[in-house]
Ligand binder design. Sequence first.
Ligand SMILES: [Zn+2]
Ligand SMILES: [Zn+2]
Length: 126
Amino acid sequence: MSGNKSHSSTPNNVLKIGTFTCTWCGLTVSTVAGDGVRRNHCPSCLHSQHVVDHVVGGASDCHGRMSPIAIAMHRTGEWMVIHRCVRCDELTSNHVCADDNQFILMRTAVRPLAQPPFPLESFGDL
Ligand SMILES: [Zn+2]
Ligand SMILES: [Zn+2]
């Protein structure tokens, strides 16, 4: 319509956006979140995949599914998701993204409080 025929060249400094398929719920996930943060877990169910060797560094050939098992707080106050690989039990921590499923985040955070290893009635004796 406008007659603008300029080709859109691809700059080299643009972050490569790839996708991966969630090993748990099958969602196709972009590897870069809306706010430009690199994501490695599914925003819907928070599951991840063991593709990075966090001990040695570099790629891991484990490719096991990584389940979100806990929430930790970084010293900056930022929430981190703790993942554990179902194949090799490696633990990783990853930043929470703005569009992560808040219900799953809260459920993961309060799970140990909902299932304490001792009777809550003992607090009444303190
Ligand atoms: Zn998922
Ligand atoms: Zn693993």
